[in-house]
Design a protein around this ligand. Structure first.
Ligand code: NAP
Length: 511
């Protein structure tokens, strides 16, 4: 452990993306400044620091995909590209005083709850700390899935991974192969088609693609947003309501999504003339079951004369390229893997242990679950951002803000009542999980006829909250102490543990 006072933290935040930066800003608002934000990367940004592949773009408009407390009137486009989002997060971190609290290049290797001390012990790549409370803002898309392809180590060309793009490599004029046609693949493929001599796309499952409404934001509009901020707030609200209007179809009545499916079919018909290719690109599952995305460039790239769309399964990788199940070898110079992320089985959860040494992964066997996407029983004072079932059909930034308010309310209550720990009650989390599972059963994600990362190996939907964002926000507005077991000490809850407690701890419930 680090010597001196600096090794004990009131709060340790893990992750310096949208979640970690928002938490840090709100802690400072509340006068809590004994905290650090740890991140394994060298820079802030989280997903927008890691995903720098050509064409990386957010598919939620910036007016809603930004913090409510940090509007930016001069977004250059309706849907921002990765560099602009990355710059935004760096600026927010500087402007709101978060930067001095960052500990970058600090990978958290182990987190263990020490019950007798009522604190977390953190081991990082750069030293050890103790913290009363831990906020895990690790991001659901921070660990690439990296499925194993037999023979990949013998491939003579270059392998590029969407989540860890090597910009020193040049792919122009080369024979490029892309595995993966999810949101990342859909953005990479037009770039690869334009730059490469040839493009081979290995498609396992097609994605529903909508026309992209993206456009540059003209100067006069940026000026208007600057001078009359209410106009940008009005845009934010209208995007929020448009996304909310999708929820009834996604959650309760998937037949309501037929209109969206018709728009996507028309988009495909307009952009792809070849009936055979069109057939190959038509999803055989309901719109919304897998994540739909936007693009005006994807279908033209798939239909281009230098592109081949291969739907035969991949048998193995050979030194010259990819061999498919029909025995064909597709020769390549570059192989791009846009094969997704470990969402349910994120390896970080192996590093989090309760006071008996049980990991969060073990606790969550067979399926992960979380109260309000935030708290897990058995793990006191651990609050997660975008944990299991925290995805709501809106901008993840507004979900993060709602979860951070919930966490801040927990810290306030700990301070107010002199509590050293809070742990969600098992019966509360069981009832919540049962409620979610029941509501999700009829959702398009569960019943739309596809396999997706939303469902874990046991078929549990571990991604979505089944309802409107407004419902999620109302439920996370403030922590209910009755939902939690608490430890009550006479000492202040957010304090240096070297200060002796005047009396022992006692467990209580506020029910
Ligand atoms: P993804 O949606 O999980 O897509 C992974 C792709 O790889 C799928 O097409 C999948 O096929 C394919 N694949 C995986 N393993 C394979 C294998 N062994 N053989 C052949 N194909 C394989 O991952 P992603 O595209 O990186 O997107 C993940 C999430 O990140 C998105 O859902 C979104 O939430 C976020 N994202 C957002 C944006 C944006 O805002 N525009 C951009 C990128 C990512 P199957 O479908 O058959 O499994």
């Amino acid at each position: 452990m680090h010597s001196g006072d600096s090794s004990f933290l009131d709060v340790a935040v893990i992750g310096a993306g949208f979640g970690g930066i928002c938490t840090a800003k709100r802690l400072l608002d509340e006068g809590i400044d004994n905290f650090l934000v740890f991140d394994r990367s060298l820079r802030v940004g989280g997903t927008w620091e890691a995903n720098t592949y050509p064409g990386a773009q957010c598919d939620i408009p910036a007016a809603l995909y930004s913090f409510s407390f940090a509007p930016k009137p001069d977004w250059s486009r309706l849907y921002p590209l990765q560099p602009e989002l990355f710059d935004y997060l760096q600026k927010v971190s500087d402007d709101f005083g978060v930067t001095p609290h960052l500990r970058l290049d600090h990978e958290v290797l182990d987190l263990t709850w020490i019950d007798e001390d009522q604190m977390w012990s953190l081991r990082t790549s750069e030293g050890e700390w103790a913290a009363r409370v831990v906020v895990g803002a690790i991001g659901p898309f921070s660990e690439p899935a990296n499925p194993h392809f037999e023979g990949i180590e013998d491939f003579r060309g270059e392998v590029q991974r969407s989540a860890n793009w090597d910009h020193d490599r040049d792919w122009s004029g080369k024979r490029i192969g892309v595995i993966g046609t999810g949101a990342s693949g859909v953005q990479i493929i037009p770039q690869a088609q334009a730059a490469g001599k040839s493009l081979t796309v290995f498609q396992r499952t097609p994605t529903w693609i909508m026309p992209h409404p993206d456009r540059p934001i003209p100067g006069w509009m940026q000026n208007l947003f600057e001078r009359v901020p209410a106009t940008q707030r009005a845009l934010r609200t209208s995007i929020d309501l448009a996304l909310e209007s999708m929820v009834p179809g996604l959650v309760w009545r998937p037949s309501l999504l037929k209109g969206m499916e018709a728009v996507a079919r028309m988009h495909l018909r307009r952009q792809v003339r070849d009936p055979e290719l069109r057939e190959a690109l038509t999803p055989q599952y309901m719109f919304g079951c897998k994540r739909p995305t936007f693009s005006n460039k994807y279908y033209p790239a798939m239909a281009a004369s230098n592109t081949e769309v291969v739907t035969e399964g991949i048998k193995r990788i050979v030194p010259e390229g990819v061999e498919t199940r029909d025995g064909r070898v597709h020769e390549l110079d570059v192989l791009v893997l846009a094969t997704g992320f470990k969402v349910a089985g994120h390896p970080f959860y192996d590093r989090v242990h309760d006071s008996n040494g049980v990991s969060l992964t073990e606790q969550w066997s067979p399926s992960p679950y979380c109260y309000m996407g935030t708290a897990a029983n058995g793990f006191p004072n651990l609050f997660q951002i975008l944990g299991p079932n925290a995805a709501v059909y809106t901008s993840m930034v507004v979900v993060i803000e709602a979860q951070v308010e919930y966490i801040i309310s927990a810290l306030e209550k700990m301070r107010e009542h002199g509590l050293s720990s809070l742990e969600v009650r098992e019966d509360v989390i069981d009832a919540y999980t049962e409620e979610l599972d029941g509501k999700l059963a009829g959702s398009v994600w569960n019943s739309g006829g596809c396999a997706s990362y939303y469902l874990d190996a046991n078929g549990r939907n571990v991604a979505w909250f089944p309802g409107f964002f407004r419902q999620f926000r109302a439920r996370t507005k403030s922590i209910e102490l009755a939902d939690y077991l608490s430890r009550d000490t006479s000492a202040q809850p957010l304090r240096d543990p070297s200060t002796p407690a005047e009396s022992g701890t006692k467990e209580s419930s506020y029910s």
